[in-house]
Design a protein around this ligand. Structure first.
Ligand SMILES: Cc1cc2nc3c(=O)[nH]c(=O)nc-3n(C[C@H](O)[C@H](O)[C@H](O)COP(=O)(O)O)c2cc1C
Length: 190
């Protein structure tokens, strides 16, 4: 099987953010357990301006907007790690979803939502799933909700319950890989 490239979008730009630890976990897990390239697109590093227009209609798009576009296009699949804020996903992520269009089309995307509370961002998950579906992405039918994040992951992305977390993560990743492979077969066979 040829090597896959997975891009992990870490959506929280908040000082003291916790969901980034889940993004670190996925990067480590993918590198250690699977022969794949895994990189993080950290929205905190990008400092995108508030959305004004879609990339394809911008006359002079900022370099970073083009750079992330290329990273999304080149990835075989994405994992989006999103915090839950007030029952939804953050503005930083909506900003990026609206900026792009072709980049999302038929892109296999796995969603992990993260909360301080006990429900693992279940409310953010449904709205994020819907909006990615609406824009034409291939959102996979598996989820990875993370409740009580600060007691479940440390700052290096290590989970408190390693065995249980690895088992859940393997199911989640296998589903993402299934859809990546299915898409490749379709592209090969026309
Ligand atoms: C504006 C805001 C709203 C939040 N709303 C919720 C919420 O609705 N439910 C919840 O469980 N946690 C909520 N939280 C806590 C976050 O889920 C928590 O900070 C978690 O660590 C993920 O976000 P982070 O990566 O920015 O830390 C909220 C946090 C912020 C900053």
């Amino acid at each position: 099987m040829e090597s896959k490239h997975i891009l992990i979008i870490s959506a929280s730009v908040r000082k003291g953010r916790q969901s980034h630890n889940v993004a670190l976990f996925f990067q480590n897990f993918l590198k250690e357990k699977y022969q794949v390239q895994a990189s993080i697109a950290d929205l905190k590093d990008y400092h995108f301006p508030v959305f004004e227009e879609r990339l394809r209609f911008l006359e002079n798009p900022p370099e970073q907007v083009i750079e992330l576009s290329e990273r999304i296009k080149q990835a075989d699949g994405l994992i989006i790690v999103s915090p839950e804020y007030n029952g939804g996903f953050p503005a930083s992520l909506k900003n990026v979803i609206d900026l792009y269009y072709d980049e999302w089309r038929r892109k296999p995307i796995a969603i992990s939502t993260v909360s301080a509370g006990g429900f693992g961002g279940a409310q953010a998950l449904t709205s994020l799933q819907f909006q990615l579906w609406k824009i034409g992405a291939l959102t996979i039918p598996a989820m990875f909700p993370v409740p009580n994040v600060s007691s479940n992951y440390n700052d290096q992305g290590e989970p408190a319950d390693k065995e249980g977390t690895h088992k859940r993560a393997a199911n989640f990743i296998n589903e993402l890989f299934y859809w990546i492979e299915a898409k490749k077969l379709k592209q090969e066979n026309g």
